[in-house]
Design a protein around this ligand. Structure first.
Ligand code: GLN
Length: 453
């Protein structure tokens, strides 16, 4: 098929299904068809094409896209049209990928269900009464419903892996520093990382390859060689040492989910991996420390939304402080406001030592736990999410919602790569297996995931 036919196919699919699923905030048919046409013309001229040229993709709406509205699902950015592309977007544009549109998320990527979107919730394609997970729920639902073959998301505490698990697809958070964050609307800068969604590990590897590598515009993006991820998918995992941290099968993890993951671990053992139980004793502290560090960074990052520079500006206000106050009051949702308050408090002079410093110290201990485990193991295996997809409205308590990320948050705290691959069903709903790797060793995770699927 031509790139234009392929784009048309997906645009028709979006038109038919998205009224029910609501994965997209913005669909960009003109953009998509123009990009596809350019690829078809290149092919007609017999110019060399990237393997992903002409392939459609959906982009999470916190990735800046030149000339295309980018909202982070916040009312405060309802009319923001960036004058530049995020680095990952620029790279995909360059190789000729076709942009179908921008996908829904929890406002500023704060949440685990996409219910915190400032516009509307997204529904899980497996059961429209359930959430797709979050915060990249729109991207995950789009791929699961075949409204896009591939998508990009961002993951600060699980926002790629958890929705991938809940929607039955593959999702990867690369190592912190592997992919440029330039042009990603910042939530918590020391934890954020952009990554791929796909239906297979091989597709995931191909997309990761396209977005990885050094970028002078993001000083935390390291200048390391990007390995050949696709070439590493040999199907061979004999002798690889896999650790199973017992803390990830404890309280809160639904027994049926544990069972599905244990079964997947058996499959890996039958493929020749050497499996052994291990312990990461600081696991229990990760969630609490994360909910100091992430809000602290968000309170600083979100200070730029002042009603002056871009986005919403309140209609009625008195004085310049009043303008900012009114705009932020009208533009931010409840969850975002709560986090700004918590973060500002944790960073204030009198409480800095008690909260922020302790959280950072805890973070160091978490990383050391992982470092110690990786002296013995090539990768760790856990559930991605403690439960399958829950019902829309079921987790009204914000604390309960935050428990959805117990298995994924430690990985961000340590800056490690994590891959979620589907590993069966519980009551007809998909469950995910999480593979955690050494820093910058995405290759091993992809190899294991590919051998498993
Ligand atoms: N659910 C977590 C949070 O709300 C993680 C979100 C994310 O990874 N962006 O912070």
């Amino acid at each position: 098929v031509s790139a234009q036919e392929l784009a048309t196919l997906f645009l028709e699919r979006i038109e038919a299904l998205d009224p029910h699923i609501q994965a997209y905030l913005t669909v960009t048919p003109e953009e998509a068809l123009a990009q596809a046409k350019a690829v078809d013309e290149k092919r007609a001229r017999k110019e060399p094409l990237h393997p992903l040229a002409g392939i459609p993709i959906a982009l999470k709406d916190n990735l800046c896209t030149r000339g295309i509205r980018t909202t982070a699902a916040s009312k405060i950015l309802y009319n923001f049209v960036p004058p530049y592309d995020a680095t990952v977007v620029a790279r995909l544009r360059e190789i000729g990928m076709v942009f179908l549109g921008k996908t829904n998320l929890d406002e500023f990527a704060m949440g685990s269900s996409t219910e915190n979107s400032g516009f509307r919730p997204t529904r899980n394609p497996w059961d429209l009464e359930r959430v797709p997970g979050g915060s990249s729920g729109g991207s995950a639902a789009a791929v699961a419903a075949a409204e896009a073959p591939l998508a990009l998301g961002s993951d600060t505490g699980g926002s790629i892996r958890q929705p991938a698990a809940l929607c039955g697809i593959v999702g990867m958070k690369p190592t912190y520093g592997r992919v440029s964050r330039y042009g990603l609307i910042a939530y918590a800068s020391s934890l954020d990382q952009i990554g791929p969604f796909a239906r297979t590990v091989a597709d995931c590897a191909l997309l990761l390859q396209a977005i990885s590598g050094h970028d002078p515009l993001d000083s935390t993006c390291l200048n390391l060689e990007v390995p050949d991820y696709v070439g590493a998918l040999t199907g061979e995992i004999k002798g690889l040492r896999l650790g199973v941290p017992k803390e990830y099968f404890g309280v809160g993890v639904q027994p049926e989910v544990s069972a599905a993951v244990q079964q997947a671990i058996e499959v890996l053992a039958n493929l020749g991996a050497v499996v052994e139980e291990c312990s990461l004793p600081t696991t229990d502290y990760a969630l609490a420390a994360y909910y100091i560090i992430a809000p602290a960074e968000c309170s600083s990052n979100l200070a730029r939304f002042d009603g002056v520079r871009y986005g919403l500006r309140s209609k009625e206000w008195v004085g310049h402080i009043g303008l900012t106050e009114k705009t932020r009051d009208e533009g931010f949702g409840t969850e975002v406001k709560q986090r700004i308050v918590v973060g500002t408090y944790a960073l204030s002079a009198g409480y800095y030592d008690a909260y922020y410093r302790r959280a950072q110290q805890t973070r160091t201990l978490i990383r050391r736990d992982f470092d110690r485990a990786f002296e013995r193991f090539d990768a760790l295996v856990t559930p991605t999410s403690p439960t399958p997809a829950f019902r829309i409205g079921e987790k009204a308590d914000p604390l309960e919602m935050k428990l959805a990320d117990v298995c994924t948050i430690p990985v961000n705290m340590a800056g490690l790569p994590g891959l979620s691959v589907p590993c069966g069903f519980v009551n007809g709903l998909p469950v995910g297996l999480q593979l955690i790797g050494k820093p910058f060793d995405e290759t091993t995770l992809l190899r294991i995931g590919h051998a498993y699927e």
